[in-house]
Design a protein around this ligand. Structure first.
Ligand code: PMT
Length: 218
């Protein structure tokens, strides 16, 4: 009997949290890690949707790509796609905070408040994990220290099946670079240490590993 096609949802890139039409809070995510994951998922035959924050990258071939700007946009698009997915891989670097002030016109330089009040953005992964039925949820944890310990805390807090712990802050790993260093932590406690490599290579290894581990092969 033919197996059902796996439906994969990937998020990638930063979010931008504007306080007027020309100024925002963001982070240096390029979208590369999640983009390569979406491409690798497509290449093993999964029907893949990529929700991509502001990024210079083009749409990966064969992947339904939805472009968003803010954490709120990413939440709304992710919620729409989540119900129909079998596996979510959340590689986006969602801004944790946004300015409370939001105006529709460019604020005059002299009128910009020097202390900007912030509020938390929605936690997309936590929101989706509360709606989880059969979906497999894999988060990312970007850390500059205590990699495994902090990542495990996020795995628990967000009720994930696994988390990719990503060391960030160096030149050859994390935000913006073409290469990366990641460790996959399973809910069972099993730790899979991938060799540092190009994001493209790591994405392919990660998808193949996850596919086998969760029994998603065709
Ligand atoms: O895009 P690149 O330049 O290739 O860089 C890749 C990367 C470093 C951005 C990527 O590999 C990575 O580590 N992504 C996760 C970054 C992050 O925001 O980590 P976090 O530890 O702050 O968040 C933990 C998890 O919660 C993540 O899966 C994140 O997507 C999610 N989250 C965070 C905040 C929020 N408001 N909602 C969320 O869903």
């Amino acid at each position: 009997m033919a197996q059902k096609t796996v439906r994969c949802l990937v998020t990638a890139g930063p979010t931008q949290e504007y306080f007027d039409p020309v100024r925002f809070i963001s982070n240096p995510s390029s979208g590369k890690m999640g983009w390569h994951i979406a491409k690798a998922a497509r290449e093993i035959g999964w029907e893949t949707t990529l929700i991509l924050g502001p990024s210079a990258l083009s749409d990966p071939d064969g992947v339904k790509t939805v472009r968003v700007v803010s954490a709120q946009d990413m939440l709304e698009e992710s919620e729409k796609a989540f119900e129909k997915c079998d596996i979510l891989i959340m590689a986006a670097a969602v801004c944790d905070v946004r300015p409370k002030l939001k105006v529709g016109h460019k604020v005059k330089k002299g009128e910009i408040p020097l202390t900007v009040e912030l509020e938390r953005t929605p936690d997309i992964l936590l929101t989706l994990s509360k709606k989880k039925k059969e979906q497999i949820l894999i988060g990312f944890a970007a850390e500059t220290r205590n990699l495994v310990e902090y990542a495990k805390e996020k795995l628990e807090q967000k009720n994930l099946d696994a988390i990719v712990a990503n060391i960030v802050g160096g030149k050859s790993s994390g935000f913006g670079s073409d290469s990366n260093e990641i460790v996959l932590i399973m809910r069972s406690g099993e730790i899979i240490d991938f060799n540092p490599a190009e994001k493209k290579t790591l994405a392919s290894h990660l998808i193949k590993f996850v596919s086998t581990k969760f029994g998603l092969e065709k």
